[in-house]
Design a protein around this ligand. Structure first.
Ligand SMILES: Nc1ncnc2c1ncn2[C@@H]1O[C@H](COP(=O)(O)OP(=O)(O)O)[C@@H](O)[C@H]1O
Ligand SMILES: [Mg+2]
Ligand SMILES: [Zn+2]
Length: 283
């Protein structure tokens, strides 16, 4: 209801009547409605973010909402996807993501079909579990893991890609170590490619029971591997590993690492047995 305005006495009555008429015609706005209107105005503005087209926030990255009478600008879900893409781009996996997909993975052998099906199954049934894909070089491990990452990214999961050897270097440098740990802790899914690459050289696939001598460098690598594995383990966050080290020799190298992998992967340990014909790079 419009309030009757106290008019100064000297105003002519026709003027008062006309003011009253005008005041009655204006719908008073409830302050809450006004806040909602402001949100709607903000939410109608077109934003300028590029790289991904979001209908929800019109590429502004933020959505205005009312919560307990307060106007809040909340980050839109697309920001996670945008950061993912940036991260993938920076990590050098973006080209690989286009090329290494489930569609481009050819299955001419039954073992390839098994490996692909297990990897696809992991995307659907991951549920916090880990994926360990092991086998000799050139068997498509990176291809399948990258396809898994691509499929997870499509679902809005944030994925971080690390190459084991560069990760080792960065973790050993005091200046980059903390930053690296923080980045890895922040992502939903961490993919480490060529896990234990140096150890792999020392555990010949045809002699899985050979006692491996843990020299200084290898010991360092194993300690680092444990640190990263354990961090993921404690945080209960998914981890994808591709490695040339099969699980059995890994148990011999370090039971604590292999045990955690075994436990978290459950059925998602894919192992490709050794065989020259299996090296895709030789074909
Ligand atoms: N089944 C497959 N179908 C299509 N391309 C494949 C297949 N397996 C491997 N490749 C390709 O062969 C190359 C080597 O595979 P990669 O995944 O890097 O092997 P790994 O990581 O096991 O050493 C890559 O370019 C990959 O895309
Ligand atoms: Mg590889
Ligand atoms: Zn958005």
């Amino acid at each position: 209801m419009a309030q009757t305005t106290p008019f100064p006495a000297y105003l002519p009555s026709w003027m008062k009547a006309s003011f009253e008429q005008a005041a009655a015609a204006i719908e008073p706005i409830d302050p809450a409605d006004f806040d909602q209107l402001q949100c709607d105005w903000y939410n109608a503005i077109e934003g300028h973010l590029t790289g991904y087209d979001c209908k929800a926030c019109k590429n502004r990255g933020y959505i205005a909402v009312l919560e307990d009478g307060y106007q809040l600008h909340k980050e839109c879900a697309c920001m996670k996807i945008r950061r993912n893409r940036k991260n993938m781009h920076q990590s050098g996996l973006s080209d690989a993501l286009d090329r290494m997909t489930f569609d481009s993975y050819r299955c001419t052998e039954p073992w390839q079909e098994r490996a692909r099906d297990a990897a696809m199954h992991y995307v659907d049934k991951q549920d916090g579990r880990w994926l360990y894909l092991a086998g000799q070089s050139g068997t498509g491990k990176t291809h399948l893991c990258t396809a898994v990452c691509g499929a997870l990214l499509q679902r809005g999961v944030s994925v971080r890609y690390e190459m084991w050897r560069s990760l080792c270097r960065e973790m050993q440098r005091f200046e980059t170590r903390d930053q690296k740990l923080a980045e890895m802790a922040a992502c939903d899914v961490l993919y480490i490619d060529d896990f234990l690459k140096n150890a792999a050289i020392q555990t010949a696939p045809n002699e899985p029971y050979r006692q491996t001598r843990l020299d200084g460098e290898l010991r360092k690598e194993i300690n680092l591997a444990f640190e990263i594995i354990n961090e993921r383990y404690i945080r209960k966050k998914p981890l994808i590993l591709s490695s040339e080290v099969l699980l059995r020799p890994l148990f011999q190298l370090d039971g604590a690492i292999a045990g955690r992998i075994r436990e978290r992967c459950g059925g998602f340990v894919i192992q490709i047995r050794h065989g020259e014909a299996r090296n895709y790079r030789m074909q």
